[in-house]
Ligand binder design. Structure first.
Ligand code: AMP
Length: 212
C-alpha cells in the first residue's frame, strides 16, 4: 500500500489482512512499537520521524526482512518509501521466490491530506487510527477498540506534517513511478472514504484471483 500520509493505507491494510487472512505490517508502526518498548532501534528511528523525515533505507529493510522470515503472503503499508528501498526489496523478494502481485497507490488531494492528518489520533496500545471529528474522539480518550490511550503522534504536528509531505514528494512519489514502470501499480482514488475504498480493493483482488 503506497501513497501520501493519511490516505488510509494502514486502515485498508488492516481490513485486507482480516478479510483475506494475510499478515500486514507497517515499517512506521513497527518502529513506533520499538520506541514504546524503549529499544535502541526505536530510539534511532525516532530521531528521524519526530522531524517528519524518513529514516535510513537500511533501518527499514532490516525490520522488513526480520518480519518477513517464514512468511509467504504479506501486505506492506508505507513501505517501500524510497526507490532505493523498492529496488532492494524487489531483489530480496526475487531471491526468496516471492513475487509482488500488486502495488495499490491510494491518493488524495493535498488539502484533504492536511485536514485529515491534523485531526488524526492514534491508540498507544493497538495502533488503531481515528479522526477526531468523524469518530467524535479526543486525545486522552479510551480507544474504542481496546481501551488504550488515544494520543497525537509526534509527527502529526503542523511542522512535521509539512516536512512529511515534502519527503513524500521527493522520495516516495518516485516509488509510484518505479512500480508504474514494472506494471504493478494500481492507482486508487481514496476520496470516497474507508468503506468505498475497501470495496474497490476487495473487488480488484477477487478479479485478480479469478484471472489467476
Ligand atoms: P507511517 O506510520 O507510515 O506514517 O510512518 C511514520 C514515519 O516513519 C514516516 O513519516 C517516516 O519518518 C518513517 N518511516 C516509516 N516507514 C518508513 C520507511 N519505509 N522508510 C523510511 N522512513 C519510514
Amino acid at each position: 500500500m503506497l501513497g501520501p500520509p493519511a490516505t488510509g493505507k494502514g486502515t485498508q491494510a488492516a481490513l485486507l489482512s482480516s478479510t483475506f487472512g494475510i499478515s500486514a505490517a507497517s515499517t512506521g508502526a513497527m518502529l513506533r512499537d520499538e520506541l514504546r518498548r524503549g529499544t535502541e532501534l526505536g530510539r534511532q528511528a525516532a530521531e528521524w520521524t519526530k522531524r517528519g523525515e524518513l529514516f535510513p533505507d537500511t533501518l527499514a529493510l532490516d525490520v522488513v526482512w526480520a518480519w518477513l522470515k517464514g512468511r509467504t503472503r504479506f501486505i506492506f503499508d508505507g513501505f517501500p518509501r524510497t526507490v532505493g528501498q523498492a529496488r532492494a526489496f524487489d531483489a530480496g523478494l526475487s531471491e526468496r521466490g516471492l513475487p509482488l502481485d500488486v502495488v495499490y497507490f491510494l491518493d488524495l488531494p493535498e488539502q484533504t491530506i492536511l485536514d485529515r492528518m491534523s485531526s488524526r489520533v492514534t491508540c498507544r496500545a493497538c495502533g488503531s487510527v481515528y479522526n477526531e471529528i468523524f469518530h467524535k474522539v479526543a486525545i486522552g480518550d479510551a480507544c474504542p477498540t481496546c481501551r488504550g490511550e488515544l494520543y497525537r503522534r509526534d509527527d502529526d504536528t503542523t511542522g512535521a506534517l509539512r516536512r512529511r509531505m515534502e519527503q513524500y514528494r521527493e522520495f516516495t512519489l518516485p516509488v509510484a513511478e518505479y512500480y508504474r514502470g514494472t506494471g504493478l501499480l494500481k492507482p486508487i482514488d481514496a476520496t470516497p472514504g474507508r468503506d468505498a475504498v475497501f470495496a474497490t480493493l476487495y473487488e480488484d483482488i477477487l478479479e485478480r484471483n479469478r484471472q489467476a
